[in-house]
Design a protein around this ligand. Sequence first.
Ligand SMILES: [Zn+2]
Ligand SMILES: [Zn+2]
Length: 250
Amino acid sequence: MKVCTLASGSSGNSVYLETSYSKILIDAGISLRQIKLRLANIGVEIDDLDAVIVSHEHSDHTHAINRINVPVYVSSNTTNIWKDKVFNLMEFDSETTFEFNDLTITPFSVPHDAIDPVGFTVDDGNKKLGIATDIGSVTGLVVQKLKGCNVLILESNHDSEILSYSKYPWRLKQRIKGRLGHLSNKQSGWLLESVFNDDLQHVILAHLSKVNNTPEIAYETSYGVLESCGAEQINLCVAPRNTIGEVITV
Ligand SMILES: [Zn+2]
Ligand SMILES: [Zn+2]
Protein backbone atom coordinates (compact mmCIF):
# COMPACT_ATOMS: atom_id res chain seq x y z
CA MET A 1 0.00 0.00 0.00
CA LYS A 2 1.33 3.41 -1.02
CA VAL A 3 -0.20 6.61 0.38
CA CYS A 4 0.52 10.31 -0.05
CA THR A 5 -1.33 13.57 0.31
CA LEU A 6 -1.53 15.78 -2.79
CA ALA A 7 -2.88 18.79 -0.89
CA SER A 8 -4.08 19.42 2.63
CA GLY A 9 -5.89 22.33 4.28
CA SER A 10 -8.74 24.71 3.67
CA SER A 11 -7.51 25.50 0.15
CA GLY A 12 -7.76 21.89 -0.98
CA ASN A 13 -7.49 18.26 0.07
CA SER A 14 -6.66 15.09 -1.77
CA VAL A 15 -5.03 11.79 -0.81
CA TYR A 16 -3.59 9.32 -3.32
CA LEU A 17 -3.79 5.64 -2.42
CA GLU A 18 -2.23 2.85 -4.45
CA THR A 19 -2.51 -0.88 -3.82
CA SER A 20 -1.86 -3.96 -5.96
CA TYR A 21 -5.07 -3.51 -7.98
CA SER A 22 -6.27 0.03 -7.25
CA LYS A 23 -5.23 3.62 -7.68
CA ILE A 24 -7.70 5.99 -6.11
CA LEU A 25 -8.05 9.49 -4.75
CA ILE A 26 -9.80 10.18 -1.49
CA ASP A 27 -11.22 13.66 -2.18
CA ALA A 28 -10.18 15.86 -5.10
CA GLY A 29 -10.33 19.39 -3.73
CA ILE A 30 -7.73 21.05 -5.95
CA SER A 31 -7.71 21.81 -9.67
CA LEU A 32 -7.44 18.99 -12.17
CA ARG A 33 -4.23 20.60 -13.44
CA GLN A 34 -2.67 20.46 -9.98
CA ILE A 35 -3.81 16.89 -9.45
CA LYS A 36 -2.12 15.92 -12.73
CA LEU A 37 1.08 17.81 -11.86
CA ARG A 38 1.35 16.32 -8.38
CA LEU A 39 0.57 12.78 -9.50
CA ALA A 40 3.26 13.17 -12.17
CA ASN A 41 5.79 13.58 -9.33
CA ILE A 42 5.23 9.94 -8.45
CA GLY A 43 4.91 8.68 -12.02
CA VAL A 44 1.12 8.39 -11.99
CA GLU A 45 -1.09 9.71 -14.79
CA ILE A 46 -4.65 10.87 -14.32
CA ASP A 47 -5.83 8.09 -16.65
CA ASP A 48 -4.30 5.53 -14.29
CA LEU A 49 -6.85 6.41 -11.60
CA ASP A 50 -9.66 3.94 -10.93
CA ALA A 51 -11.96 6.00 -8.70
CA VAL A 52 -12.40 8.98 -6.44
CA ILE A 53 -14.16 8.62 -3.10
CA VAL A 54 -15.52 11.75 -1.49
CA SER A 55 -15.71 12.49 2.24
CA HIS A 56 -18.17 15.40 2.03
CA GLU A 57 -19.38 18.08 -0.34
CA HIS A 58 -17.26 21.06 0.79
CA SER A 59 -15.36 22.52 -2.15
CA ASP A 60 -11.94 22.00 -0.56
CA HIS A 61 -12.68 18.27 -1.01
CA THR A 62 -14.61 18.25 -4.28
CA HIS A 63 -13.23 21.01 -6.52
CA ALA A 64 -12.25 18.67 -9.38
CA ILE A 65 -14.72 15.78 -9.01
CA ASN A 66 -16.75 16.94 -12.02
CA ARG A 67 -13.65 16.88 -14.24
CA ILE A 68 -12.18 13.46 -13.52
CA ASN A 69 -13.38 10.76 -15.85
CA VAL A 70 -13.52 7.87 -13.36
CA PRO A 71 -16.26 6.61 -11.03
CA VAL A 72 -16.79 9.16 -8.26
CA TYR A 73 -18.25 7.69 -5.06
CA VAL A 74 -20.29 10.02 -2.88
CA SER A 75 -22.55 9.42 0.09
CA SER A 76 -26.06 8.54 -1.09
CA ASN A 77 -27.38 11.48 0.94
CA THR A 78 -25.41 13.88 -1.27
CA THR A 79 -26.17 12.31 -4.67
CA ASN A 80 -28.72 15.02 -5.45
CA ILE A 81 -26.07 17.73 -5.35
CA TRP A 82 -23.90 16.00 -7.90
CA LYS A 83 -26.23 14.08 -10.21
CA ASP A 84 -26.26 16.68 -13.01
CA LYS A 85 -22.66 17.71 -12.56
CA VAL A 86 -20.54 14.62 -12.12
CA PHE A 87 -19.99 12.08 -14.87
CA ASN A 88 -19.96 8.48 -13.65
CA LEU A 89 -21.45 9.19 -10.26
CA MET A 90 -21.58 6.26 -7.82
CA GLU A 91 -22.93 6.20 -4.31
CA PHE A 92 -22.19 4.58 -1.01
CA ASP A 93 -24.15 4.37 2.20
CA SER A 94 -22.35 6.22 4.99
CA GLU A 95 -22.92 3.34 7.41
CA THR A 96 -22.07 0.45 5.11
CA THR A 97 -18.75 -1.07 4.10
CA PHE A 98 -18.29 -1.52 0.34
CA GLU A 99 -15.76 -3.21 -1.91
CA PHE A 100 -13.83 -1.68 -4.78
CA ASN A 101 -11.31 -3.92 -6.62
CA ASP A 102 -9.01 -5.16 -3.85
CA LEU A 103 -10.19 -2.51 -1.38
CA THR A 104 -12.61 -2.81 1.50
CA ILE A 105 -13.79 0.73 2.17
CA THR A 106 -15.61 1.54 5.40
CA PRO A 107 -17.14 4.99 5.65
CA PHE A 108 -18.13 6.27 9.09
CA SER A 109 -20.03 9.39 10.10
CA VAL A 110 -18.09 12.27 11.57
CA PRO A 111 -19.42 15.40 13.29
CA HIS A 112 -18.88 18.24 10.77
CA ASP A 113 -21.11 20.90 9.26
CA ALA A 114 -21.81 19.16 5.95
CA ILE A 115 -24.77 17.07 4.73
CA ASP A 116 -23.39 13.60 5.47
CA PRO A 117 -19.67 13.89 6.23
CA VAL A 118 -17.62 10.72 6.65
CA GLY A 119 -14.16 9.47 7.41
CA PHE A 120 -12.89 6.24 5.86
CA THR A 121 -10.85 3.21 6.57
CA VAL A 122 -9.46 1.47 3.51
CA ASP A 123 -8.14 -2.07 3.82
CA ASP A 124 -6.38 -3.93 1.00
CA GLY A 125 -6.38 -7.23 2.85
CA ASN A 126 -2.89 -6.58 4.11
CA LYS A 127 -2.72 -3.04 5.51
CA LYS A 128 -5.30 -0.58 6.77
CA LEU A 129 -5.40 3.17 6.21
CA GLY A 130 -7.61 5.40 8.35
CA ILE A 131 -8.49 8.93 7.32
CA ALA A 132 -10.39 11.45 9.40
CA THR A 133 -10.17 15.13 8.57
CA ASP A 134 -12.92 17.73 8.96
CA ILE A 135 -14.19 16.49 12.29
CA GLY A 136 -15.36 18.90 14.96
CA SER A 137 -15.14 16.50 17.87
CA VAL A 138 -13.93 13.02 18.65
CA THR A 139 -16.80 10.56 18.95
CA GLY A 140 -16.89 6.95 20.11
CA LEU A 141 -17.67 5.88 16.55
CA VAL A 142 -14.61 7.66 15.14
CA VAL A 143 -12.36 6.03 17.76
CA GLN A 144 -13.91 2.62 17.19
CA LYS A 145 -13.48 2.78 13.42
CA LEU A 146 -9.89 4.07 13.46
CA LYS A 147 -8.60 1.31 15.72
CA GLY A 148 -6.11 -1.12 14.23
CA CYS A 149 -4.83 1.12 11.41
CA ASN A 150 -1.28 0.91 10.06
CA VAL A 151 -1.44 4.39 8.57
CA LEU A 152 -3.48 7.27 9.96
CA ILE A 153 -4.27 10.61 8.35
CA LEU A 154 -5.68 12.75 11.15
CA GLU A 155 -6.85 16.32 11.20
CA SER A 156 -4.77 18.66 13.36
CA ASN A 157 -6.41 21.90 12.29
CA HIS A 158 -5.64 24.61 14.81
CA ASP A 159 -3.90 25.61 17.97
CA SER A 160 -6.61 26.80 20.36
CA GLU A 161 -4.48 29.65 21.70
CA ILE A 162 -3.46 30.97 18.28
CA LEU A 163 -7.10 30.73 17.18
CA SER A 164 -8.29 32.70 20.21
CA TYR A 165 -5.90 35.57 19.39
CA SER A 166 -6.24 35.45 15.60
CA LYS A 167 -8.01 38.09 13.53
CA TYR A 168 -10.68 35.68 12.34
CA PRO A 169 -14.22 36.98 12.90
CA TRP A 170 -15.87 35.74 16.11
CA ARG A 171 -18.48 33.72 14.21
CA LEU A 172 -15.84 31.88 12.17
CA LYS A 173 -13.82 31.10 15.31
CA GLN A 174 -16.94 29.61 16.88
CA ARG A 175 -17.50 27.48 13.78
CA ILE A 176 -13.92 26.20 13.69
CA LYS A 177 -13.74 25.22 17.34
CA GLY A 178 -17.37 24.07 17.55
CA ARG A 179 -18.57 20.50 17.75
CA LEU A 180 -19.11 20.44 13.97
CA GLY A 181 -15.96 22.32 12.98
CA HIS A 182 -12.36 21.16 13.04
CA LEU A 183 -10.05 19.37 15.49
CA SER A 184 -7.48 21.31 17.48
CA ASN A 185 -3.97 19.92 17.90
CA LYS A 186 -4.87 18.78 21.41
CA GLN A 187 -8.05 17.02 20.27
CA SER A 188 -6.06 15.38 17.50
CA GLY A 189 -3.58 14.19 20.13
CA TRP A 190 -6.39 12.67 22.20
CA LEU A 191 -7.70 10.92 19.12
CA LEU A 192 -4.24 9.57 18.33
CA GLU A 193 -3.84 8.34 21.91
CA SER A 194 -7.26 6.67 21.76
CA VAL A 195 -6.57 4.76 18.55
CA PHE A 196 -2.88 4.04 19.08
CA ASN A 197 -1.98 0.38 18.52
CA ASP A 198 1.16 -1.69 18.08
CA ASP A 199 0.65 -2.02 14.32
CA LEU A 200 0.60 1.72 13.75
CA GLN A 201 3.54 2.72 11.52
CA HIS A 202 2.79 6.15 10.09
CA VAL A 203 0.79 9.18 11.18
CA ILE A 204 0.15 12.08 8.82
CA LEU A 205 -1.23 15.26 10.39
CA ALA A 206 -3.56 16.96 7.96
CA HIS A 207 -5.85 19.91 7.24
CA LEU A 208 -3.69 22.36 9.21
CA SER A 209 -4.89 25.95 9.29
CA LYS A 210 -2.49 28.34 7.61
CA VAL A 211 -3.37 31.15 10.05
CA ASN A 212 -4.29 29.38 13.28
CA ASN A 213 -1.58 26.73 13.49
CA THR A 214 2.01 25.95 12.66
CA PRO A 215 3.38 22.61 11.46
CA GLU A 216 5.85 22.71 14.38
CA ILE A 217 3.17 23.01 17.10
CA ALA A 218 0.98 20.35 15.48
CA TYR A 219 3.96 18.02 15.19
CA GLU A 220 5.13 18.60 18.78
CA THR A 221 1.66 17.90 20.18
CA SER A 222 1.28 14.55 18.44
CA TYR A 223 4.93 13.64 18.99
CA GLY A 224 4.30 14.11 22.72
CA VAL A 225 1.45 11.62 22.49
CA LEU A 226 3.60 9.08 20.67
CA GLU A 227 6.34 9.57 23.28
CA SER A 228 3.89 8.92 26.10
CA CYS A 229 2.87 5.71 24.29
CA GLY A 230 6.56 4.72 24.05
CA ALA A 231 6.28 4.90 20.27
CA GLU A 232 8.70 7.61 19.13
CA GLN A 233 9.80 5.30 16.30
CA ILE A 234 6.50 5.79 14.49
CA ASN A 235 6.90 8.00 11.45
CA LEU A 236 5.06 11.26 12.12
CA CYS A 237 4.76 13.87 9.40
CA VAL A 238 2.73 16.93 8.56
CA ALA A 239 0.95 17.07 5.20
CA PRO A 240 2.05 20.17 3.26
CA ARG A 241 -0.71 22.51 2.10
CA ASN A 242 0.19 23.00 -1.53
CA THR A 243 2.59 20.27 -2.54
CA ILE A 244 2.68 16.51 -2.55
CA GLY A 245 3.51 15.04 0.86
CA GLU A 246 5.82 12.23 1.92
CA VAL A 247 5.13 9.03 -0.02
CA ILE A 248 4.48 6.29 2.51
CA THR A 249 4.78 2.62 1.66
CA VAL A 250 3.60 -0.06 4.06
ZN1 LIG B 1 -11.97 20.58 4.59
ZN1 LIG C 1 -15.38 20.41 5.47
